[in-house]
Write a protein that binds this ligand. Structure first.
Ligand code: ADP
Ligand code: NI
Length: 205
């Protein structure tokens, strides 16, 4: 009962922090990632409280969030402890969210994520591919004023820089299976886009 209450408090808090955020780290993204992470975590026999908490807070420290919204690592830690999360569990959550981003993957090459972290990272990556990933990429490009194609910053280029690579970066078999369908759909979309835009400079990798 106590566990349920804590997670509800954390959920409501994250929702209020991200309220109005529109750069691709909005509450709906967090909500989808949490659901997927729980599904993966259950299949992979992870500690579901850690999975759910880490998924809920995984983006509130992201460098891409506006300064007015972004929280510091210690603010997140303190808030979790305030809600009744034990210090060891709060530490486990913090370790996950500080080490799972795509950008940090090289830095952390020698330091594997916990199974809970792997579930959350896989869920975050799954939300960047497939139909939802396509939608998010174009929303991101629109918000940043990037072009559809034609240069390295474009939405089209992003598929090759990142999105089409994510399938092979899944940590868990469960996510790998889910990724395949999303990847195939995305690839089909990209090939169709190339057909629809004859002037496009086609990328192969
Ligand atoms: P993460 O949640 O892994 O931190 P990012 O912050 O890199 O992901 O990106 C958030 C969303 O915006 C993702 O769906 C991602 O694909 C998309 N995105 C990021 N950079 C670009 C870009 N240069 N062009 C198009 N979409 C992008
Ligand atoms: Ni995310």
């Amino acid at each position: 009962m106590k566990g349920l209450k804590r997670i509800e408090q954390i959920r409501a808090w994250v929702q209020s922090v991200l309220n109005g955020e529109s750069s691709g780290h909005d509450w709906h993204h967090v909500s989808r990632v949490t659901e997927l992470a729980m599904y993966i975590g259950e299949k992979e026999h992870a500690d579901l409280f850690i999975v759910e908490t880490a998924a809920l807070v995984h983006d509130v420290i992201d460098a891409k969030l506006p300064d007015t919204i972004r929280l510091s690592v210690s603010e997140v830690y303190d808030q979790l402890v305030f809600f009744g999360v034990g210090k060891e569990d709060a530490d486990r959550v913090i370790r996950i969210i500080t080490s799972m981003s795509f950008r940090d993957r090289d830095k952390l090459a020698g330091e594997p994520l916990s199974i809970e972290g792997k579930a959350v990272q896989d869920a975050d990556r799954l939300d960047a591919i497939g139909a939802i990933g396509i939608a998010r990429a174009f929303m991101f490009a629109g918000a940043k004023g990037h072009s559809l194609y034609g240069n390295d910053q474009s939405a089209y280029a992003h598929f090759f820089h990142k999105l089409l690579r994510l399938k092979d970066m899944m940590n868990t078999d469960t996510a790998q299976e889910l990724a395949q369908e999303r990847h195939d759909f995305m690839l089909r979309f990209v090939r169709q886009l190339e057909k629809d835009m004859p002037g496009i400079e086609v990328k192969t990798s």
